[in-house]
Write a protein that binds this ligand. Structure first.
Ligand code: ZN
Length: 244
């Protein structure tokens, strides 16, 4: 059985619908969401509703936490802050209570799932270097760890001799060579930042022993028009078509 892993939807319903359609076309019904359902985008309640109905497990992201409590916006830049304040205002009570009950991490099938880092998930640290990745391998005991948060998809592995490798492929074998462990960032559904504006997500097949990063096209302009109608900062609107 395969599991689809999605993260960082950021209230982009156009992107989320396109990714869910792609997942359904692959015959996959087991979907895991690594958080940041809201923030930056114009459709937070719609995204929460769709995630609630389609995902078996949903984790808390830093923007989800910030939408509930402005204390968590301290490290946000001005654009993120404007968007999260707007989000807090439009979230329904039902949406807020859904977000408030999300767990920080989940472990199943020899895999650990977390929004930011396995080391101190509540601190919302970023993994942006080989050193930070190597450090984080110490903080999960499963063979696989799936994260989001940076919005940049990447497959990092560590051999039994503790050699780190960053894969150049989008599909990798999880079985060979034996003893290899993986730290995989599935990228972002609603705001990719690797200079590729297509939505990013991952599919893991534990039985076949494969992981695949997928990219999906969606109606970017439709999302941007909604953002402009809600007077979102132009930077946030423009970045979607540039994937940054
Ligand atoms: Zn995010």
């Amino acid at each position: 059985m395969s599991t689809a892993i999605i993260s960082d939807i950021h209230a982009n319903i156009e992107a989320l619908e396109a990714v869910l359609a792609d997942i359904a076309s692959r015959g996959i019904s087991d979907i895991m969401c690594l958080g940041d359902i809201v923030g930056y985008g114009p459709s937070p309640n719609e995204c929460i509703d769709l995630i609630h109905r389609n995902c078996k497990t949903v984790l808390m992201g830093n923007h989800d936490a910030a939408a509930l409590d402005s204390l968590f916006t301290q490290n946000f830049n001005i654009n993120a802050k404007i968007a999260i304040e707007w989000t807090s205002r439009v979230l329904t009570q039902e949406s807020k209570s859904f977000l408030a009950n999300l767990p920080m991490s989940h472990v199943v099938n020899n895999a650990t799932f977390v929004h930011a880092t396995p080391y101190e998930p509540r601190m919302w640290y970023y993994i942006t270097s080989i050193e930070e990745a190597a450090f984080n391998f110490q903080f999960f005991s499963s063979q696989y760890c799936f994260v989001g948060h940076t919005h940049i998809p990447v497959i990092i592995s560590m051999s039994s001799e503790h050699m780190i490798e960053v894969s150049q492929e989008t599909t990798v074998s999880l079985l060979q060579p034996e003893g290899r462990r993986f730290l995989i960032n599935v990228g972002s559904v609603g705001q990719p930042r690797d200079r590729n504006p297509l939505s990013s997500y991952g599919i893991v097949d534990y039985e076949a022993g494969t992981f695949e990063l997928r990219r999906v096209a969606y109606d970017i302009e439709k999302c941007q028009r909604k953002m402009q109608a809600a007077n979102f900062p132009e930077f946030l609107v423009a970045r979607l078509s540039e994937g940054r």
